[in-house]
Design a protein around this ligand. Structure first.
Ligand code: PEP
Ligand code: MG
Length: 583
């Protein structure tokens, strides 16, 4: 059986499936520290919300198939979810027992069951079956959400799950998880980005993975093509083993050019940097020949830990990266939590539209005491290497001015305390909201550089959730609206004397990279694995050809046309990139 999904992280792996679902997990009493109580409550709330939408979905399906009266059963189920007594009992139990929420919830469920079975009343007995049904669903969602097994694997596996959060992925045992497959998610979801940075091959958005794959099935994950093969025959396995070998050879070939500059045939030089999430990736940045780090996503520093990082922890972490990459530059992006990245310690309330909500710089400006801890850490580390910093999710000039004001305050404090830092540290704005792209001429007066974050810019300008596989076909970086915004930012930046980079995934697509080169982009920042490929591309073309091609492409009417046009041109103007096994 072949299942098609989204190619999230490259590599071919053959192995045994390990399903993450409630059957593989057991409820044991796990004590939790006091400071993690809000996290448990948040997990409970999340499970209630998820259960609610599942029940609504089932109700819809049953009503369509069997008629309204059958669907009404589920109204009773929805009422159970709103039962304050049940919810309050769980929250009180959490505070009293200080145990994981699934344990507390399962105990509450047991108490309800034994109390109701003792009552001789037909109506109430029916209510009990509602409570048990709903309770089972809530437990499944809680257990599925915890994914404790991922931290305690005994053998090498290919993880198959409905969904994995970025922090689930971050806490995977890399020596045991050889690849993963999820039912939902898009290519630029943070789970996919995380997989690339951990170099774990992944296919996501397969929709039917957890339904069709059984525990222990042999599966092939082809993270390059976005394919999952379930229980393949011997001939297929052999074919994929051969492709895996060829892929490894190709990667070795590409890495050979790591010491050469990212220069076009006609001598035009671009900056080719890498994106990282963890310090462990530094050796990969160096071995793949990047000219520095164009995006250090610092929010992972806040995840999978109890309590917020201290100023010293920030300082030590950034100092280490700066020293290791010196004399090259590291661009540290200030914390960008929210959207699909949450942490419990900040107690950010759940929102209806988290991607449009109280997140990233909005949160930082509202909580300057938290923001300043990170800014001071970055400033202190700037004395030990070449550091720049940039703010995520800037939507207008006021935010940018406010952020800079807080930065200035931190600088003054450090001066007073006689602590060293680089007074001329460059500051940039990420351009990832259409309003920022359109007002880049105004923003340019406040910063030293722009870095275009296309992962978000595309989702916001096309109204396409970056992590939703169902609308992935609409998520098109070549859409003329996206290209016009990008061209505007590049032109404005250059007119104002700023360099303009891109740290979104668009820069990692060879055809798009060729287009961006022609549009005048100064810096490309991609995951370390992709750096050699983009370098090879840049070294295979002439700037003059890229510029001509970009001009023509921007005249076309649709994203699909532009994509096809650029791919065709790539074949023609950089034949050695294709024929020379460049991709
Ligand atoms: C982006 O939005 O393009 C980006 C680089 O930031 P992130 O993927 O972390 O949102
Ligand atoms: Mg972003």
């Amino acid at each position: 059986m072949v299942i098609k999904g989204i190619a999230a992280s490259p590599g071919i792996v053959i192995g045994k499936a390990f399903l993450i679902n409630s059957q593989t997990l057991s409820i044991t009493k796990r004590k939790i520290p006091k400071e993690e109580l809000p996290l448990e409550i948040a997990r409970f709330e999340e499970a209630l919300i998820k259960t609610r939408s599942e029940i609504i979905e089932v109700k819809k399906k049953i009503t369509n198939e069997l008629g309204g009266e059958h669907g009404e059963i589920f109204d009773a189920h929805l009422l159970v979810l709103e039962d304050r007594a049940l919810i309050e009992e769980v929250i009180a139990g959490l505070k009293k027992d200080r145990a994981s929420v699934e344990y507390v919830f399962s105990r509450v469920l047991e108490r309800y069951t034994s109390a109701f079975t003792r009552i001789d009343d037909e109506y109430l007995r029916e209510r009990l079956s509602d409570i048990q049904d709903v309770g089972k669903r809530i437990l499944q969602n809680l257990l599925g959400g915890e994914k404790t097994m991922l931290k305690d694997l005994k053998e090498e596996v290919i993880v198959v799950a409905y969904d994995l959060s970025p922090s689930d992925t971050a806490s995977m045992q890399r020596d045991k998880v050889k690849a993963f497959i999820t039912d939902i998610g898009g290519r630029t979801s943070h789970t996919a980005i995380m997989a690339r940075s951990l170099e774990i091959p992944a296919v996501i958005g397969v929709e039917i993975g957890t339904r069709e794959i059984k525990n222990g099935d042999t599966v092939i994950v082809d993270g390059n093509c976005g394919l999952v093969l379930v229980n393949p025959d011997r001939v297929t396995i052999q074919k994929f083993r051969k492709s895996k070998k060829e892929l490894a050879e190709l990667q070795r070939d590409l890495v050979k050019i790591r010491k050469l500059p990212a220069k076009t045939k006609d001598g035009y030089h671009v900056q080719l940097s890498a994106n990282i999430e963890f310090q462990e990736e530094l050796s990969s940045v160096i071995s793949h020949g990047a000219d520095g780090i164009g995006l250090y996503r610092t929010e992972y520093f806040y995840m999978n830990r109890s309590g917020l990082p201290t100023e010293d922890e920030h300082f030590e972490a950034y100092k280490k990266v700066a020293e290791k990459i010196k004399p090259q530059t590291v661009i540290i992006r200030t914390m960008d939590l929210g959207g699909d990245k949450f942490i419990s310690q900040l107690e950010v309330p759940r929102e209806l539209n988290p991607f449009l909500g109280w997140r990233a710089i909005r949160f930082c400006l509202a909580r300057p005491e938290i923001f300043k801890v990170q800014l001071r850490g970055i400033l202190r580390a700037s004395a030990y290497g070449s550091l720049k910093l940039m703010y995520p999710m800037i939507s207008g000039v006021e935010e940018l001015k406010e952020a800079n004001k807080i930065l200035e305050k931190c600088k003054r404090e450090l001066e007073k305390e006689k602590i060293n830092y680089n007074r001329d540290i460059e500051v940039g704005a990420m351009i990832e909201i259409p309003s920022a792209a359109l007002t880049s001429d105004i923003l340019a007066n406040e910063v030293d550089f722009f870095s275009i974050g296309t992962n978000d810019l595309i989702q916001y300008s096309l109204a396409v959730d970056r992590s939703n596989e169902k609308i992935a076909y609409l998520y098109n970086p070549a859409h003329p609206a996206v290209l016009r915004l990008i061209q505007n930012v590049i032109n404005t930046g250059h007119n104002k004397g700023l360099w303009v980079g891109m740290c979104g995934e668009m820069a990692a697509d060879p055809a798009m990279a060729l287009l961006l080169l022609g549009m005048g982009l100064d810096e490309f920042s991609t995951s370390p694995l992709v750096v050699p490929q983009i370098k090879k591309l840049i070294r295979s073309v002439r700037m003059e050809d890229a510029q001509k091609m970009a001009k023509e492409a921007l005249k076309l009417s649709s994203g699909n046309r532009i994509k096809k046009f650029v791919e065709e041109k790539l074949k023609r103007i950089a034949p050695e990139f294709i024929t020379g096994k460049g991709r």
